[in-house]
Design a protein around this ligand. Structure first.
Ligand SMILES: Nc1nc2c(ncn2[C@@H]2O[C@H](COP(=O)(O)OP(=O)(O)OP(=O)(O)O)[C@@H](O)[C@H]2O)c(=O)[nH]1
Ligand SMILES: [Mg+2]
Length: 253
């Protein structure tokens, strides 16, 4: 495939994704695409509400890391099995997907945050609603690796804890290993220091993408005691209805 074809294909995928999101936004309430950030804020407001009986657990995950490291690419691969070549900086996008975790049905809420400095002031608010964090850097970008310390410190500060927050440290762009500037051992030792897992991924090739999300959910489930209460969002709203044939397992809120 030549470069022009690749670009056209990539633009088509991007358009398709935006169309799905628009469709879901207008018509959908279940099994569709992303939901907007106001919904997250609303969910946060009710996060102390009692759990609905029998409702599946919702694991709230936040993507953090510097701009351009691949947070959105990892999220979109996990959600839709798609890779978008174009870099479009994120403000904040949120998603929900139903998953089966070790035989138990649950949902994952993913808030994909902005890595760009311009948005750093609003991070505190987003972090507050998170129960688990995927801290991403690019193995091609030493600065993004350095920044992971700051992201973690901000998380711990906002969550008001020394280290009791589920985090996975992720070195992305593994398909470009030959251009690596952050050695795997250095990243691994940082993860050890933090007491978390280190995973290398390629959003482009879909390597280890599911592993990152599932490892984190397992850790979140473990810390919630295996039968966590639903934190604020009534997932009954999104279960048991007829699917619309859009992307599987995702729900607009
Ligand atoms: N080769 C390669 N490129 C990737 C990978 N992940 C992301 N990219 C590319 O890197 C660029 C930035 O990816 P994004 O996912 O938008 O980065 P981000 O972390 O969401 O950036 P912000 O939204 O600004 O915080 C895009 O052009 C992606 O196509 C990967 O695993 N391999
Ligand atoms: Mg992004």
């Amino acid at each position: 495939m030549d470069r022009v074809e690749e670009k056209v294909l990539s633009a088509w995928k991007w358009l398709k994704l935006k169309f799905i999101q628009l469709f879901a936004f207008i018509f959908g309430d279940d099994d569709s695409a992303s939901r907007d950030v106001e919904a997250m804020a609303a969910a946060k407001k009710t996060s102390n509400a009692p759990a609905s009986t029998g409702a599946p657990v919702v694991h709230k995950v936040i993507m953090v890391g510097s701009g351009g490291v691949g947070k959105s690419a990892l999220t979109l691969q996990f959600m839709y099995d798609e890779f978008v070549e174009e870099y479009e900086p994120t403000k904040a996008d949120s998603y929900r997907k139903k998953v089966v975790l070790d035989g138990e049905e649950c949902s994952i809420d993913i808030l994909d945050t902005a890595g760009q400095e311009d948005y750093s002031a609003i991070r505190d608010n987003y972090y507050r609603s998170g129960e688990g964090f995927i801290c991403v850097f690019s193995i091609l970008d030493a600065e993004s690796f350095e920044a992971t310390n700051e992201f973690r410190e901000q998380i711990l500060r906002v969550k008001n804890t020394d280290n009791a927050v589920p985090i996975v440290l992720v070195g992305n762009k593994g398909d470009l290993r030959e251009q690596r500037v952050v050695p795997a051992e250095v990243a691994r030792s940082r993860a050890e220091q933090w007491g978390v897992h280190y995973v290398e991924t390629s959003a482009k090739r879909r390597e280890n993408v599911d592993k990152v999300f599932y490892d984190l959910m397992r850790e979140m489930k473990r810390r919630k005691g295996g039968n966590a209460a639903v934190a604020g969002i009534d997932v009954n709203n999104s279960s048991g209805r007829k699917k619309r044939g859009l992307k599987k397992h995702c729900t607009i809120l």
